[in-house]
Design a binder for this molecule. Sequence first.
Ligand SMILES: [Zn+2]
Length: 287
Amino acid sequence: MLVSAKEMLTKAKAGKYAVGQFNINNLEWTKAILQTAEELKSPVILGVSEGAGKYMCGYTTVVGMVNGMLNELGITVPVALHLDHGSYDGAMACINAGFSSVMFDGSHYPIEENIAKTKELIAICDEKGISLEAEVGAIGGEEDGVVGNGEVADPNECKMIADLGVTMLAAGIGNIHGKYPENWAGLSFETLDAIQQLTGEMPLVLHGGTGIPADMIQKAISLGVSKINVNTECQIAFAEATRKYIEAGKDLSGKGFDPRKLLADGTAAIKATVKEKMELFGSVGKA
Ligand SMILES: [Zn+2]
């Protein structure tokens, strides 16, 4: 059964580790992540962007697929199904479709409007036992075609949103979606520390987990980050393994064209990436 992300993140914050959010795109992705979480006895959050939701034929299809897998694969670790960077309407649609967690990304609104919309969603989520992630200070890079510039959040605005009663808070601390540029300045730990000082027990979320050096990840966790989003890294691993399969001519030998064979190496690469991240984040054995 899907669970809210609240309990797993509260435990993570107290235990000084982070739970990975791994974005899903199809059945292979979802199965690879769930099997790895179960093997490593790690809690896990499955992320779905609005674009990926559309690609998978809509949110009810996603909920049906994930619930089916939890049952058929015998998954016992805590799993949250989470909307990533949702609009207000997208969040409502996911709540109604059976997601156990949603992110409302109101970071592009003026702070007053972000607060008003976040408040409405908190009331609905609280009633249904769904966790809610809010965002302050846009995360740079590209997310579903929206390009931002690696902003740093205002800690006081973070406190205003945290005090509304959201479950977890994403704040820009110089992190970027997608691949990091050569001249990236790194994470702003000063900002992160200031945000944690003001928001206390609130689990903080680090977006754009792909390509942040391991020592920065660990420092971020020590400063209150309890959820880390990974998306691009699984995509790159999948694409690389699939390319190698084709380049080696494996699809041309025997029944190598069978999609179950064609996608197998890519799927194994996703599993390896998820395992590496769970070990880095410290969530192994915490389910
Ligand atoms: Zn993000």
